[in-house]
Design a protein around this ligand. Structure first.
Ligand SMILES: Cc1ncc(COP(=O)(O)O)c(C=O)c1O
Length: 361
């Protein structure tokens, strides 16, 4: 069954190979391990990505380093990627499409290859989308997608690695088969890990010691994160991928209807989108003083909202001044989950107009 589903997923993303894993985090881990970099090699992430994606590098013995994002697209910028990889000699970029908003890596792929920088695509929040005739999931040396709760193909868990390279495929397959295979230990291990993380967070350790401790804790609890795919997840994934085009075109239409209804409202800033986007959540910025009030009104009216992602400045003891755009986005962002019916964009638009009007009068 596993091989059959992997073939179907590879075909969906026009990749030669697919390897299923227990999560998107495990998929990133397998790729990073499979690259066989030296211990402590750096991996560049956007500062406001999902923290578990960053933990995957730590599990693999690598050092995450961070870039600020672009204020218009909310994603990494070409210029920053090139600048940081050159200045800091970073061998791997985790090319992440945040919020499902696609980044066009085509502009920098050649330059990265010339500089011997490996591009890995994190399409966990963006698969289903397409840019410059490339699918999200088809960009870079290898890509990852996630079937975790809340993702486009929302299952109880699971992730996949996609690549066209036979050698890397063999390596990631072997690594994925060496992961823990007992899902029952997962939640218990995670709880223990969170407790230990909390304790070191309170110790005001110097940065180096803090990172070392964090690494130690993560790595000794890898059973909470790095698992093989299991039968239940595979069945759910198989069922969902058979409806992939319906689910993604419905999500695309949702995204467009939200965009059309919201983009002209004064006081709202939406990201600059490129290509065909299958948004993860509909994300937009409001003035920071109004953000909590607007979120409250939306949730009081039955919409699920979140304020992701806060840049991981405290988590990694970094300086706010180095990440001004991510800090600003983090203070102003609202993400609306797509769960309501077709007319919800109009309802949201009406609520936003009323709330923004109220807030200024
Ligand atoms: C951008 C990104 N990458 C990776 C992951 C990790 O995926 P998983 O939750 O399947 O481990 C997530 C999870 O939300 C994510 O948002």
């Amino acid at each position: 069954m596993k091989g059959k589903i992997e073939k179907k997923i590879a075909a969906l993303f026009s990749r030669r190979y697919c390897v299923l894993t227990g999560s998107g985090t495990a998929a990133i881990y397998c790729i990073l391990k499979g690259l066989e970099l030296s211990e402590g090699a750096q991996v560049l992430y956007p500062i406001n990505t999902c923290e578990t994606a960053v933990n995957a590098a730590i599990f693999a013995g690598l050092n995450p380093v961070f870039s600020d994002v672009d204020i218009e697209s909310f994603n990494l910028s070409d210029q920053k990627i090139i600048q940081l990889t050159q200045e800091m000699n970073i061998p791997v970029v985790m090319g992440t499409h945040l919020f499902g908003q696609l980044m066009d890596f085509q502009n920098i792929e050649k330059k990265l290859a010339e500089n011997k920088v490996i591009l890995i695509e994190d399409a966990a929040q963006a698969y289903g989308g397409e840019i410059n005739s490339k699918k999200a999931g088809q960009i870079g040396l290898a890509s990852i997608i996630s079937f975790g709760p809340g993702k486009l193909l929302d299952c109880s868990g699971g992730g996949a690695i996609l690549t066209d390279t036979e050698k890397l495929h063999q390596k990631v397959l072997r690594i994925s088969q060496s992961l823990h295979d007992n899902p029952q230990i997962k939640s218990e291990t995670r709880q223990r890990m969170m407790k230990e993380m909390f304790v070191i967070g309170k110790q005001s350790l110097p940065l180096k010691a803090f990172l070392e401790k964090r690494k130690e804790i993560l790595r000794s609890h890898s059973a909470g994160y790095l698992l093989q795919i299991n039968e239940v997840e595979m069945q759910e994934i198989d069922e969902k991928i058979s409806r992939f085009s319906v689910i993604s075109s419905q999500r695309e239409t949702f995204g467009q209807s939200f965009r059309n209804a919201i983009e002209a409202i004064e006081g709202i800033t939406i990201p600059n989108l490129q290509g065909k986007n299958i948004l993860w959540r509909f994300s937009f910025l409001v003035q920071k003083e109004k953000r909590d009030y607007i979120s409250e009104i939306l949730s009081d009216n039955g919409f699920r909202v979140s304020k992701l992602f806060e840049p991981m400045i405290k988590t990694f003891n970094l300086k706010e001044s180095e990440f001004p755009n991510a800090v600003e986005i983090g203070k102003r962002i609202i993400n609306i989950h797509f769960e309501k019916s077709w007319d919800s964009a109009e309802v949201v638009s009406k609520l936003l107009k009323e709330t923004l009007y109220e807030a200024t009068h």
